[in-house]
Write a protein that binds this ligand. Structure first.
Ligand code: FAD
Length: 403
């Protein structure tokens, strides 16, 4: 019979949240094991915009400056109108964040987080099939795809929108949006001519955005209503490019050229998923010593640009709560340890709940405004924005606190 492996802290998922959580725990002297189903650390989605709150979290993790080096600060959010004669003209310009905002290559963010972890922390090619409760100890037991079993004292699900840990918690699945996005990079070896702003333009229900990462690299995305054709293109990058070009065929030549010249391997297409705000208000995101973080907890539409930064915040709060409670363990024995783990995770969920509720309401409203053809829904969304989100970027000033 195969011996059952036992670990104190296990994290499912080696994306931004899983790696940040492992790093935050490591900084607090708590070792963990990250189980990642892919054979390599994934960086699909090309780039990510990180606002002030995300940079604060990265600084608390001790990797902010490493990541800043290759990412130019962005000055503003700019909406550009299409004009049949002159091409493009600036319609509106507004601040993008209460402080710092940069667009970062996902691969660099992942590498920076993984690079500071002790050897052996990440186990690649390791898919968790399901989680059960050990009838004797009440700790979680993980069934892995290679047929082995792993026992954990604390289990943290950072396994994204289709989380198996969320299934164990018996939470509602995330909601599927009517909107989808294509993302990619275009390299300009001799330098690009774009301003350092987060720019978007809209026409015929399509939004095209472009954001310089640095002097030679531009991240772009196209969002539009999802069609059944999208489900078949997600694995064919040439088809993704072709359909992207079709959806922006009336846009200025500079824009279509950017898509034509894009790095094929960076292209990805996906339909959005998000967690409903009422789930965040009432959901039970902890069972015993098991919890979730990142998209598994709070998937949100990208119109708010906060999913990744909020995941970084989760990692700090989770590590802080765990390390505080573990320092209070005075008695010997599994029972006393389990109580402290449970208290730590309960504190984490409560500390995060209202912060994430605010973000998810804003994300939900912005998603409905972009996908809903219904005028009544749009009026209600605009009213919510006026009443509750007069300062549309207040959420970027949040500091999750020191580790
Ligand atoms: C179009 C788009 C644009 C976005 N733009 C921004 C932005 O500008 N700024 C921002 O902050 N956020 C943005 N986001 C959100 C951001 O990408 C996510 O919030 C963030 O990547 C979530 O990270 P995560 O680690 O929680 O999940 P994921 O990145 O999904 O990682 C989950 C990991 O778990 C692994 N996994 C899954 N199941 C298992 C299993 N059973 N066993 C083992 N491993 C498993 C997966 O392989 C994966 O590596 C955007 C999202 C989209 C869709």
């Amino acid at each position: 019979m195969q011996a059952v492996e036992e670990r104190d802290v296990v994290i499912v998922g080696g994306g931004i949240c899983g790696l940040a959580t492992a790093l935050a725990l490591h900084r607090k002297g708590i070792e963990s094991l990250v189980l990642e189903s892919s054979e390599s650390l994934r960086s699909s989605g090309a780039a990510i915009t990180i606002r002030t709150n995300g940079w604060l979290a990265l600084d608390h993790l001790g990797v902010g400056d490493k990541i800043r080096k290759n990412a130019t600060p962005l000055q503003a959010y700019r909406e550009v109108g299409l004009d049949s004669r002159s091409g493009m003209l600036i319609k509106t310009e507004a601040p993008l964040s209460k402080g710092e905002v940069r667009c970062v290559k996902r691969s660099e963010l992942i590498e920076a987080l993984a690079g500071d972890l002790p050897d052996g922390t990440i186990r690649l090619g390791c898919r968790v099939l399901y989680v059960e409760t050990d009838p004797v100890t009440s700790f979680p037991v993980l069934q892995l795809s290679n047929g082995s079993t792993l026992k954990a004292k604390v289990l943290i699900g950072c396994d994204g929108v289709n989380s198996v840990v969320l299934d164990y918690l018996e939470m509602n699945p995330t909601m599927v949006s009517y909107t989808s996005a294509v993302r990619g990079f275009t390299s300009y070896p001799a330098g690009h001519k774009f301003d350092n702003v987060f720019a978007i333009t809209k026409a015929n229900g399509v939004i095209l955005g472009w954001v310089p990462v640095n002097d030679n690299l531009v991240y772009w995305f196209i969002t539009r209503l999802w069609t059944s054709q999208d489900s078949t293109i997600s694995r064919d990058q040439e088809l993704i490019r072709m359909l992207s070009l079709q959806s922006i065929q009336n846009f200025p030549a500079e824009m279509t050229e950017m898509i034509k010249r894009s790095d094929k391997s960076s292209l990805s297409s996906m339909r959005f998923r998000y967690r409903a705000p009422w789930d965040l208000l009432y959901g039970r995101f902890r069972k015993g010593t098991v919890t979730v973080a990142g998209d598994a907890l709070h998937a949100m539409s990208p119109f708010i640009g906060q999913g990744g930064s909020a995941s970084l915040e989760d990692s700090i709060v989770l590590a802080r709560c765990l390390s505080k409670k573990l320092s209070e363990v005075t008695e010997e024995g599994e029972g006393s340890c389990r109580r402290k783990y449970e208290e730590a995770l309960a504190n984490y969920v409560e500390e995060r709940r209202m912060r994430l509720l605010g973000l998810s309401v804003l994300s939900y409203v912005l998603n409905k405004l972009n996908e809903g053809p219904c005028t009544v829904v749009k009026i209600v969304c605009v009213l919510i924005l006026i009443v509750f989100f007069r300062d549309r970027i207040a959420h970027t000033a949040f500091d999750c606190g020191q580790l």
